[in-house]
Structures are given as C-alpha cells and as structure tokens.
Write a protein that binds this ligand. Structure first.
Ligand code: BES
Ligand code: MN
Ligand code: ZN
Length: 495
C-alpha cells in the first residue's frame, strides 16, 4: 500500500472515498465547516438527527454525498476530549479496517480536528501509514477458496497547510516500513511448524539480506555451535530431526565504528515441551513460539526499508523442542557457552536455554545495548494479559527508553523487578543453576536466569508470551513488538 501526503481542499477533492474526522471541535473545525457548507448543511442535520454521535470510534459512510467531488464520505467521530495515544490508535485501526473493506482502489484521509496530547502531525501520519498497512494483512496460503485481498492500493493524507509537510512525508515512509516489518513477522508467526522450521527461518533471513545491500546474514550450523561450546542451546534440539540454526543478521545503517544495538529473538519453531511434554489442549499455539525471532526479522525488514541510520545486529537461536530417544531428560546437566552449568529440571523451560548461549554470543559485537525478545513464560500471560509485554532490565535508562517507545508506538511494556531474592529461586544442588525457579514469579525467575549471562552489557528482556498472538476466534500473530522495537531504534539514532 502506498500512503502519501498532499496539501489541499477537501470539498473539491476527487476520490473514491474521502475520510474526515468529526473531532472534539465538532462543526467548529475549519474542515468540517467547509464540508457542511458545500453539502448545504448536511453534516449539521446528521448531527441533529443523531446519526453523527460525538462518541469514540463511530463511523458513518455516505455514498454520493451532494456538493462534494468525492464518491463517498466516511465520517469518523471521536469523543469530546483530546485523545490519548491508545484511543487514537484504536480509532485509526478502526478507520483502516473500514477502508480496506470498501470496494475502492484509493482514498483521501483528513485527520484535521483530531488532537492527541503531546503528539504532532508527523506522529499521527506514522501511525496512519502503519495501521493501514496492518489492516491490509491477509494470510491464506492454505485456504482452497481464496479470501479476496483488499483492493485499496493508495491513500493520500490531506493536510490543510504546507507547514510540516516534509516531516509528515518522512513519517509516512517510516510508518509503511514498520507495517511491512509487522506483516512479515505476522506471516512467519502464522505459518505452521511443519513449514516454518529452523531451516526455513534461516532461508528467510538469507532472502532478506539478499534484498538489502547493507544487510548481511550468516547461519551457524550445529557443528559450529558445538565448537563454540553452546551446550545449553544444543540440549534443546537433541530430540528433533530438524537441525538447529543460529542466525546472525548485521544491518549497517550507522557509522562503521558505532556500537550496534543487538536484538536476540527466541526462535522455537514448535514447543512440544520435550520430555516434560505439554498437555494436548491448545498445543497448536506453540507454533508461535518463534515470534521473538519473527519480530527480529520484522524489525530488520523495517530498519532496512526505512534506511535507519543505526547499526543493528539480529541474533536468532532457532530450534524445535521435541521428545525423542535422544532428547534431553529432566535432571540432565549441560554446560553453556559461558562456562556456567545448568541442571535442566524441566525441558519445557527451553527458551532460556537457547537464549543464554545466544546472549553470550551477543557479547562479541561490543553492543551499545542488547534486547532479547521471547515468548518465554505462561506466567507473563497471567500477570499482564495481552495488553503489555513484560520488561526486565539491568539498566534503568534502557528500561526507560523502552517504556517511552512503548507509549509512543502504543505497543506497551510493563517493567518487573530483577531482585536477588528472586534469583535465589534458581539454586540447584548439582549445577551452577537450575533452569526453573519454582511456581512463584515465573516471569521474573526466567529473566533472572538470563541475567546471569548478560553481566557485561546493558540488557533488557521482553517477555511477549501474551502479546505476540491472539487466541480464540481471531487467532493469529500480532507482529508485536515490532512497533516498539522500531520506535526504540529510531530514537537511538544520533545517541
Ligand atoms: N513457550 C513457553 C511459554 C508460553 C506458554 C508462551 C504459554 C505462551 C503461552 C515456554 O517455553 C514454556 O513452556 N514455559 C514454561 C516454563 C515453566 C516450565 C517454568 C511455562 O511458562 O509454563
Ligand atoms: Mn516451553
Ligand atoms: Zn517455549
């Protein structure tokens, strides 16, 4: 989808659909006033009749509106107050959903009259481009009767004045790149485990690197991981026929000497639990256990497409977690690349076992900061549900930057503590640590485990178990936290 910006009048705009906002100023906003006059008072009459209600998220579609050059008029109403970020995003997501369902190829959107406290036109434009791109996502490679993709190809954001036009245009390019990154992550997440294997993720990473000259890809084999001493990662892949991979993507958008931000994504392409087998109900959803990896690939897609001026490294440890004759057993002890030994008390706590070796490997890049992203614990779903990802960090400044990026992008996080009292729960009688910390505070003890491998750099962990996909009737990957990560990276430029 192409989203551009132009300056012009609404009443004379020839378009298949003109979208206008009935914002908190109501009919007093200049754009609404001009539309009301051109339609001989139609807007005012619709308000009187009650067809335009000043409550959040109401849509009214009028065909062949009299007095306008547009073929359709879609009126979006907000409440009487200024919106916050989340309310704006919900509204624009709704608007995007409506637009992509209409039988039209192009549309014009005016957001005049929508105020979001503390956010400018460029911010609004970025979110519009992002949400329009997301709304056009369609996954149906396996349906015999194909669903029809949206016909909408081009949307113009109409501004009333030239001021800020260049910034808005730049934001639209970023927003579209972010949407493409999100949709790439969703597609990988939605693919089933028999197709999206570790080898498939590696081929996707290579293909991505092939498209962008400043993105390179290297894939380590099990043999190479053996040589590096990644005994913890390799213990997870012992029960499967699928070969494990360690994918390393390097994006060079910054100066050559600048330290990179390293993103590490959990890529368990199917998590059966291994010998500590999961119950059968809902086990299909464990195909989403590679959504951390998908978010790294999605973020690098967006970074490369928007030519982000920053060095970013993506590291993806990817395996399938299966039971089998050679599978790791509860009680087995392995040695990680860091030299620390781990007693595996539960083979279903496998994410941390692959991440710890990838995090040790991340140290090689002398990172400015490392952020790992993982569908790590069911406990995080219990604690935060699907609205916020869990955030745990050894650095207050980094944590603050991620929290702020979460608010800006609407892809929110909530921080949990990493106190030593929790870390003590990982005590093992036989090795340096156990891979589980008991029933209590499962999200925190999982992060405490990872923190033992991240002492040498600024690090943050995002537990996306509750945010990476929707369950139920709308089952599907969300592409989170690509919006958060891209916002965070964009704010790192120049730091
Ligand atoms: N991939 C799961 C976490 C998960 C569970 C994500 C449910 C989304 C929904 C992870 O590998 C896992 O199995 N974690 C265990 C850890 C436990 C054994 C300490 C869990 O959360 O139950
Ligand atoms: Mn598991
Ligand atoms: Zn898992």
């Amino acid at each position: 989808m192409e989203v551009n910006a132009l300056v012009g009048q609404l009443t004379s705009r020839k378009t298949e659909c003109l979208v206008v906002a009935f914002g908190n100023q109501g009919l007093d906003s200049p754009s609404l006033k001009s539309l009301d006059e051109a339609t001989s008072g139609l807007i005012g009459r619709l308000v009187k009749k009650g067809d335009i209600k000043q409550t959040d998220g109401n849509f009214l579609l009028l065909s062949e509106p009299p007095g306008l050059a547009a073929e359709r008029l879609l009126i979006v109403t907000t409440g009487k107050d200024n919106l916050n970020e989340q309310a704006f995003l919900n509204l624009v997501a709704g608007l995007s959903g409506q637009l992509t369902k209409l039988p039209i190829k192009s549309a014009c959107v005016s957001l005049e009259g929508i105020e979001v406290s503390g956010r400018d036109d460029a911010w609004q434009a970025q979110q519009l481009a992002r949400l329009l791109g997301e709304a056009a996502y369609l996954f149906n490679p396996f349906k015999s009767a194909e669903k029809k993709p949206s016909t909408l190809k081009k949307v113009s954001l109409v501004l009333p004045y030239r001021k800020g036009l260049e910034a808005v245009k730049t934001s639209l390019v970023c927003g579209t790149a972010i949407a493409n990154g999100i949709n790439h992550a969703r597609e990988l997440g939605d693919l089933p485990g028999n197709i999206c294997t570790p080898s498939y993720l590696a081929s996707q990473a290579r293909a991505l690197a092939g498209k962008h000259p400043n993105l390179s890809c290297k894939v380590l084999t099990e043999k190479q991981m053996q040589t590096l001493g990644m005994g913890s990662l390799l213990s997870v892949t012992a029960g499967t026929e699928q070969p494990a991979k360690l994918i390393v993507l390097e994006y060079k958008g910054g100066k050559s000497g600048d330290k990179p931000v390293v993103l590490v994504g959990k890529g368990v392409t199917f998590d059966s639990g291994g010998i500590s087998l999961k119950p059968g109900a809902g086990m299909d959803e464990m195909k989403y256990d590679m959504c951390g990896a998908a978010s790294v690939l999605g973020t690098l897609t967006a970074a490369a497409e928007s030519q982000l001026a920053l060095n970013v490294v993506g590291i993806i440890p990817t395996v399938e977690n299966m039971p089998g004759g050679r599978a790791t057993k509860p009680g087995d002890i392995v040695t990680s690349m860091s030299g620390q030994t781990i007693e595996i008390l539960n083979t279903d706590a496998e994410g941390r076992l692959i991440l710890c070796d990838a995090l040790t490997y991340a140290g090689r890049f002398k990172p400015a900061a490392v952020v790992d992203i993982a569908t790590l614990t069911g406990a995080c779903v219990t604690a935060l549900g699907s609205h916020a990802s869990g955030l745990l960090s050894n650095d207050d400044e980094l944590a603050g930057q991620l929290e702020a990026a979460g608010t800006t992008s609407g892809d929110r996080v909530w921080r949990l503590p990493l106190w030593t009292e929790y870390d003590k729960q990982l005590k093992s009688n036989f090795a340096d640590m156990a891979n589980i910390g008991g029933r209590e505070a499962g999200t925190i003890t999982a992060a405490c485990f990872l923190s033992r491998f991240t002492k040498n750099y600024r690090w943050a962990h995002l537990d996306i178990a509750g945010t990476a996909w929707n369950s139920g009737a709308n089952k599907g990957a969300t592409g989170r936290p690509v919006p958060l990560l891209m916002q965070f990276l964009m704010e790192q430029v120049g730091k």
